[in-house]
Ligand binder design. Structure first.
Ligand code: OAD
Length: 237
């Protein structure tokens, strides 16, 4: 493998698109059908908790049926075969990286298959529907339990660890993300500041495309395995 000591991979909804999970901003994407302010903000949840829970219940059910695709599998292979550090940071709330075998993983926008009770800070694995009547298993309060996902206006998870690894990385790979949501959209700048090589693998040039050293455009199931194969072959891809 080319002499990279520390690789950071950022993934977004485009990675799971070919596993049958919808993206947000493409034609027909989730935010073309729903108003983001109603579904993915604390204020939207306070206004209409049943609407928000129904949305995430449907997404949880859909994600439970999805299987990792060739791109998830290639990324897991990179982690297992690369001698140095590989940290995968995902904006996705599905569990397809884990299903593919990736273990050094940060879900910066949380996880569909976890629930959180802000009233008592209980947080654990959760696979069934949540309704406004579902009691928190720890404190018994109703109306508090929510999917453990990060909404707009809330702080993404484990940012200190992410920034510290970005500051030490020598290769940054961004996959299947539109580059329109911060702080993730700014990771390429942090990596470049650390003098890392930066590359975008996406269906089309993202909003931040000009910030990257290099790009491969096409569906993730094609471009990701090809790029990882080259990387593991010790060629300069
Ligand atoms: P977007 O829907 O904004 O962007 C998806 C990107 O994936 C686009 O640039 C597409 O061109 C690309 N894409 C689509 N299909 C692809 C494929 N088969 N292979 C490769 N690329 C493909 O999704 P994200 O960037 O992940 O946050 O969105 C970021 C955040 O905004 C999400 O985590 C979510 C959303 O609102 C919250 O809900 C907090």
């Amino acid at each position: 493998m080319a002499s990279y000591h520390c690789i950071v991979i950022l993934t977004g909804a485009g990675l799971s698109a070919e596993s049958g999970l919808g993206t947000f901003r493409d034609e027909g994407g989730i935010w073309t059908k729903y108003d983001l302010a109603d579904i993915a903000t604390p204020e939207g949840f306070a206004r209409n908790p049943a609407l928000v829970q129904d949305f995430y219940n449907a997404r949880r059910m859909q994600a439970a049926e999805a299987l990792p695709n060739a791109a998830h599998l290639a990324l897991a292979r990179l982690e297992s075969e690369h001698a140095g550090t590989v940290l995968t940071v995902t904006q996705n709330v599905d569990c397809l990286h884990e299903a593919a075998g990736t273990s050094e993983l940060i879900h910066m926008h949380g996880e569909l298959f976890k629930a959180w009770c802000p009233a008592c800070d209980w947080r654990d694995a959760w696979r069934s529907d949540i309704t406004p009547q579902t009691p928190c298993p720890a404190c018994g309060k109703t109306g508090s339990l929510r999917p453990d996902v990060v909404w707009f206006g809330e702080m993404p998870y484990r940012m200190d660890e992410i920034y510290s690894t970005l500051g030490a990385c020598d290769l940054f790979i961004s996959i299947g993300t539109s580059g329109s949501v911060y702080p993730a959209a700014g990771f390429v700048v942090e990596a470049a500041r650390a003098r890392a090589r930066t590359i975008e693998l996406n269906l089309e040039p993202s909003e931040g495309a000009s910030l990257f050293d290099d790009a491969r455009h096409g569906p993730a199931t094609k471009v990701v395995p090809a790029f990882i194969d080259q990387l593991l072959d010790e060629k300069t891809p």
